[in-house]
Design a protein around this ligand. Structure first.
Ligand SMILES: [Zn+2]
Length: 443
């Protein structure tokens, strides 16, 4: 019977999620994605390739804790060019219809690529599904930690493949649960990253991208995280991975129309990814008493201690929430000038703080100064009628002239203007989390 011959063939869209193929020593999951697209060239890409960042706080995260997801089908209607691999042009279709595919055969083809290109220190995972997975899985994976039970419930009916412990199956599943349109507080449903890759013989060698070309494209509207204010390049990685640069923005067209201006080194491949970067999707409103390690939080607080500096230049200070619950905040050395803002905070200042919680400390990603308490400076000691400068006789006491013994009232403190403003402050782009919305994009 006809039905029987199709028993192992699925008729639907083909959704593939992949995670944890890289390590600090090399590799890159997004590059492996380009290999998979090339391998499955008999199918069309429906929906843009997705680069999904998950909770930056999980203890076992890969470098950026980013998974990738693809949807294949038979494309219909208009298509858009979103990449070039050497001479192969990559298109995405606005709409697609179901295809027939053999799940086991697809798994086999992909597992060969993953085995060949994943880093020996990684624990890759691949999930193949005929549909998107439930969105709740994404929100759990981006804001907190996915339990084994939640994961096994979510991947019922999918096929999975993993290596060396298969930890990546969780991230791969979460990436298939992101719709590409987050409903978040900054009203940023998604952003884009156009990634340029180097030919394999150049991996591990110095990248030749001039800071001038980066500076020029960084001024384009809606483009972000290209460089720091001091000119330090943030879009070119330092690791021996295949990435030449990652060009980020809120409009795909801006990236596609301008990436050719980066150089002098040119990419051997490029591919546009839709991402949840810069969405703040990882942040949750929480009560201080409910916070646990691993959470990414947004809190309304008031400063309860001045900052102290420890060896290495890291800053720590305490804040209280509205219920007078106290929690420690940290701004580490890589946050550079952001620490100077922290130094100027005074007890009583009202803040919104965003960050991830580790060792019961909020590792700050950005702060908004909501209200500043008045700042005072001590006036200079009064001059005595004999012409000599007077001296304080102790805290809250009068001033006295040592020469003639005349006493003077303590002059009132002078209110001074704080160097801080009521606005958001953030670390430089090179120290920013992928998920954190840059202030330039905040309403
Ligand atoms: Zn005197």
């Amino acid at each position: 019977m006809g039905q029987r011959s199709f028993r192992f063939r699925i008729v639907s869209m083909l959704h593939i999620g992949i995670d944890d193929t890289d390590s600090v020593k090399g590799g890159c999951t997004t590059w492996l994605g380009t290999e998979i697209i090339a391998e499955l060239s008999e199918f069309d890409l429906i929906c843009h390739p997705r680069l999904v960042r998950l909770n930056p706080n999980v203890p076992w995260k890969t470098r950026g804790n980013g998974a990738v997801a693809f949807t294949f089908g038979k494309g219909v209607g208009p298509k858009q060019k979103i990449g070039v691999f050497q001479n192969l042009e990559i298109f995405v279709f606005e709409k697609g219809i179901d295809i027939k595919y053999d799940k086991n055969e697809v798994i086999e083809r992909i597992s060969k690529l993953v085995s060949k290109h994943s880093h020996p220190d990684s624990q890759p995972g691949v999930v193949i599904s005929d549909s998107f997975l439930p969105e709740g899985l994404y929100w759990q994976g981006v804001t907190s930690i996915v339990s084994k039970e939640m994961l096994s419930d979510a991947i019922v009916g999918t096929s999975t493949f993993g290596l060396r412990g298969s930890r990546g199956i969780c991230g791969a599943a979460c990436s298939l649960a992101w719709s590409g349109n987050s409903n978040n507080m900054n009203k940023i449903p998604h952003t884009w990253e156009l990634i340029g890759y180097r030919a394999e013989d150049k991996w591990g060698t110095n990248r030749d991208i001039s800071s001038n070309t980066v500076q020029n494209i960084s001024n384009l509207e809606g483009v972000f995280s290209c460089n720091d204010l001091d000119g330090k390049v943030a879009m070119v990685p330092n690791s021996p991975c295949p990435v030449l640069w990652g060009f980020r923005g809120i409009k795909a067209e801006t990236l596609i129309d301008n990436f050719q201006n980066l150089g002098p080194e040119k990419p051997d491949r490029w591919l546009l990814y839709k991402t949840n970067q810069a969405t703040d999707d990882h942040l949750c409103f929480k009560e201080t008493s409910d916070i646990k390690d691993g959470d990414c939080v947004l809190l309304e607080v008031s400063v309860s201690s001045k900052s102290t500096t420890i060896k290495g230049g890291h800053r720590f200070f305490m804040v209280d929430d509205q219920n007078n619950q106290t929690i420690k905040c940290a701004a580490f050395e890589p946050t550079k000038n952001f620490r100077h803002t922290i130094d100027e905070l005074d007890v009583g200042d009202s803040l919104i703080i965003c960050g991830s919680v580790k060792n019961k400390t909020v590792n700050l990603e950005k702060i908004k100064i909501v209200e500043l308490v008045p700042r005072f400076s001590k006036p200079s000691n009064p001059v005595c009628k004999c012409g000599k400068r007077t001296h304080s006789s102790g805290k809250d006491s009068y001033y006295r002239c040592n020469d003639c013994g005349e006493k003077y009232d303590r002059p009132p403190p002078i209110e001074i203007k704080s160097g801080l403003e009521l606005k958001w402050y953030e670390p430089p782009a090179s120290a920013r989390r992928h998920l954190s919305t840059p202030i330039s994009l905040m309403g």
